[in-house]
Design a protein around this ligand. Structure first.
Ligand code: ATP
Ligand code: MG
Length: 273
C-alpha cells in the first residue's frame, strides 16, 4: 500500500527528470574534474560539505548561503558545482548570467525570482548563482551595476524558505570587494576563498596528472621554478597545458615556462635556460 510518506519520499529522492537539465548544467561545469592540487582544495571541499550538511539538517533555519570567491580562473564555478552535486539535493538549479544575455533588468529579476520560487516548492533545493557581479551587470570601468537586480538578490539571499523546506544557495564571484561595497557579504552564511596555485609543488602536482610531460620534463620544470613565485588559476593552467600539447615535445618545457612567464603567472627573474 502506498502512503503519504512513500509519496513524499519519492518526491524527495526519485523525482529528478523534470530538473534533469540542471544536473547536466553541473556536469558541464565539472567536465574537467577537480584536481586536488593542495590543501586549499581539500579545505574548500571539506568546509563546503559541512555547510551543505548544515543546510540539510538545520531545523531552525532552512537557509544556508555560501559565497565562493577568488581570483578569475581560480576554479570557483567548478568547486561550487562540485558542492552542489555532492549535496545530493534533488532540486538543483543554475542561475547564470550566460543564460540571461540580453535580458532587461526586469526580465532578469523575474527569472531569478522564478528560480527561487521553484526551489521553495521542493523539500531540499540548491541554487547555484554563478558570477554574481556579472549577473548584476557590474563593470569595472566607471562602476555601475543594476541596482534592481542587486535589491532582488539581496532580498532572496535573506529570505527564509517556507517552513520545513531547506535551501542551499551557492554563489560565485571574483569581486568580493565589490560585493562588500554593495553590502551583500553580510547576507551570506559563510564565505569560502578559492586561491590561485602559489607553490611550485602545487603546479607540479597538476602537471603529474597528465601524460603530457615526461618524468624528466617535470623534473626539469621543477628545477627551474623551485624557489620562484608561481601565481596561476587552475583554469588558466589547464588551458596552458592544452596549449603545450600542441607544441613540439623537444621545446615543450621551455615554451611552457616561457608562456607562463609571459602571462605573468611565473616570475623566474632571469632568462630561462
Ligand atoms: P571564472 O573566473 O572565469 O568564472 P572560475 O574561477 O569559475 O573562472 P572554472 O570555470 O570553475 O573557474 O574553471 C576551473 C576549471 O578547472 C574547470 O574546468 C574544472 O573542471 C577544472 N579544475 C581542475 N581542478 C580543479 C580544482 N581543484 N578546483 C577547481 N577547478 C578545477
Ligand atoms: Mg566561474
Amino acid at each position: 500500500q502506498v502512503c503519504r510518506d512513500d509519496f513524499l519520499h519519492a518526491l524527495e529522492h526519485d523525482i529528478k527528470p523534470a530538473f534533469g537539465a540542471s544536473a547536466e548544467a553541473l556536469e558541464h561545469f565539472l567536465a574537467r574534474g577537480i584536481i586536488t592540487w593542495g590543501p586549499p582544495v581539500s579545505g574548500i571541499l571539506e568546509d563546503g560539505t559541512l555547510l551543505t550538511q548544515q543546510a540539510r539538517v538545520a531545523d531552525a533555519f532552512g537557509l544556508v548561503s555560501v559565497l565562493i570567491e577568488g581570483p578569475p580562473n581560480s576554479g570557483k564555478t567548478a568547486l561550487a558545482a562540485m558542492l552542489a552535486k555532492n549535496s545530493d539535493f534533488p532540486f538543483v538549479k543554475v542561475c547564470s548570467p550566460e543564460d540571461m544575455v540580453g535580458f532587461t533588468e526586469t526580465a532578469k529579476c523575474l527569472q531569478i525570482r522564478k528560480i527561487f520560487d521553484d526551489a521553495y516548492r521542493s523539500q531540499l533545493s540548491c541554487i547555484l548563482v554563478d558570477n554574481i557581479e556579472r549577473l548584476l551587470d557590474y563593470g569595472s570601468i566607471g562602476p555601475r551595476y543594476s541596482n534592481l537586480t542587486l535589491q532582488a538578490l539581496l532580498v532572496l539571499l535573506k529570505k527564509q524558505p517556507p517552513k520545513g523546506k531547506k535551501l542551499l544557495v551557492l554563489c560565485t564571484s571574483s569581486r568580493k570587494q565589490v560585493l562588500e561595497e554593495m553590502e551583500m557579504l553580510s547576507a551570506f552564511t559563510a564565505v569560502l576563498h578559492v586561491p590561485n596555485l602559489s607553490q611550485p609543488e602545487e603546479l607540479i602536482t597538476v602537471l603529474e596528472q597528465f601524460d603530457l610531460f615526461t618524468k624528466q620534463d617535470i623534473h626539469k620544470i621543477y628545477n627551474q621554478i623551485s624557489g620562484h613565485k608561481v601565481f596561476i588559476g587552475i583554469k588558466k593552467l589547464l588551458a596552458l597545458i592544452d596549449m603545450a600539447r600542441q607544441m613540439d615535445p623537444k621545446v615543450r618545457v621551455i615554451k611552457f615556462l616561457t608562456k607562463m612567464e609571459e602571462e605573468g603567472c611565473l616570475d623566474l627573474g632571469t632568462m630561462i635556460h
